[in-house]
Ligand binder design. Sequence first.
Ligand code: HEM
Length: 450
Amino acid sequence: MASKTLKEFTREEVEKHNTPSDLWIVIDSKVYDVSRFKDLHPGGASIFLEDDILGKDVTETFYGLHRHEVLLKPQYARLQVGTIQGEKSQISSRGPGEVSKVPYAESTWLSEGYYSPYFKESHRKLQAAVRKFVDEVIYPDAQAREEDGKRPSQSVFDKMAEVNLLCMRMGPGKHLKGRTLMGGIVTPEEYDSFHEMIIHQELARVHARGYNDGLAGGSCIGLPPVLNFGRPEIQQRVVPEVLDGKKFICLAISEAFAGSDVQGLRTTARKTEDGKFWIVNGTKKWITNGTFCDYFTVGCKTDRGFTVILIERGEGVETKVIKTAYSTTAGTAYITFDNVKVPVENTLGKEGAGLHVMLSNFNHERWGMACAGAATQRMIVEECLKWSTQRVAFGKPLNSQAVIRSKLADMIAKAESVQSWLENVTYQMNNMDYKTQSNLLAGPIGLLKM
Ligand code: HEM
C-alpha cells in the first residue's frame, strides 16, 4: 500500500458507491473498492449485492467470515482506496518480531507483567531476534511452499546459515565452536537448552507443519549420529556442509516392513571381499527430507547385527516423493538402495552397535518435538481465542457460549501445563550431564512429548 496515496472519505461519500459496477465497502474504517474484485471473490459475487453491503460498513459481517490476515495479503490490500475521515482503524495485527497481545498467546515468560526464574537477557534477545527472522524470512516462504508443495527455498537456508540458526537448532555442543550466533547475541559457550528451546518454539510459528519439517528437520535427527559417532574425517567434511545449509541429511530407519522394530528391518549391508566397502540393498519409507537429501543416515542389517551407515546420494540411490497427511514440502520419501557401494569408513559407531547410535539421540529428539508441540498448541489457543471472539452466532460472539468457554479453558490449561513442564525439564537438561539425563529424564521427556 505504501506507493498508493489513500484519500479520506466521509461515510456519506462511500454510500454513493452502491451499484454492482461501482461498489465500495468499509471494513474497520478502511474503504475498499470491490467493484471488479466481487467477480473474483472466493465467497462469490452475489454476496456483495445486498442492500446492507452496497456502500456500507461491513466490518462485523467481514470479521464473522474471514481472518484479519486476509486483508493483509497484497492482492487484497491493494483494493483499499481510502480511509474514513476522522476515524482510526481499531484492528491491527502483530508486527514483525512482536509478541502477541492475545491472552495466553505467549508463554508467561514472554507476557507483560509476569516473571520467570529461567530466562536471562540473552534468551530474551535471542527470542526477539528469531521471532523477527521467522516473521520476515521464513513465514512468507512457508506459506508459498505449502501452496506449491516444493521444498523450502535455498535462499531461506542460506539466510538461516548466515546467522547460524541451522547450527543452533542442533543444541549446545562442540559444533557451535567458533561460530557467531544470531549476530553475537549469545556466545557458543553460554548457549544452553533454553536457547535451543526458544529456537524450536519460534520456528514452529510458521503455521505450516510440513514446511517446518522440510526446513532441514531431517538434520536434527540425521546429523547427531555423524556428530557423535562419525570418524573425524567424515565429520570434518559432512558437518560444516550441513550446518551451513549447503547440503542436506536425513535419518533413514523405517521401512514398509518395520518402523521402530529394528529386528524386522530388511535393508542389508554386506562387506566386499577386501573388507573395504559395504554393499547396501533395501528400501526405506516415510523418510523426512529424503527427496532432497545428499546424505542418508541409514539403519542396516549386517552379519554382526544392526549397524548405522552414512550413505551419500549417488549410483544406486533413488528417492521419490510420498504423499502424506501433511504437505510435500517436508520432502517425505520412499528410498531404494540398489547395490550401493559405501566405504566402510562411513560406518557410524561400531558394527552391530546401531541401536545404541540410534537411541542416544532419542531423548533430545523427543524433547525438541515437545518444544515445537507446545508452541503449536499455544498458536491454536491464540487462533481459537481470536476466532471465537470475532465470530458472531445467535446474536453474540461464540466465546459467550458456555460450551465454547469450557473448551477454551481446557485448551489453555493444557497449553500452560505443557509449557511449564517443558521449562522444568529443560532446566534439568541444563544442569545434568548426558548420563544423568539418560537415567532421569527419559521417562519425563517421553511423557512430555505424549
Ligand atoms: C475486501 C473485502 C473482501 C475480501 C478481500 C474477501 C476475501 C475472501 C477470501 C480470500 C475468501 C476465501 C476464504 C478465506 O481466505 O477466508 C473469502 C470467502 C468468503 N467471503 Fe469474502 N472477502 C471480502 C469481503 C466479503 C464480504 C463483505 C462478505 C459478506 C458480505 C464476504 C463473504 C464471504 C463468504 C461467505 C466467504 C466464504 C466463507 C467460507 O468458505 O466459510 N466477503 N473472502
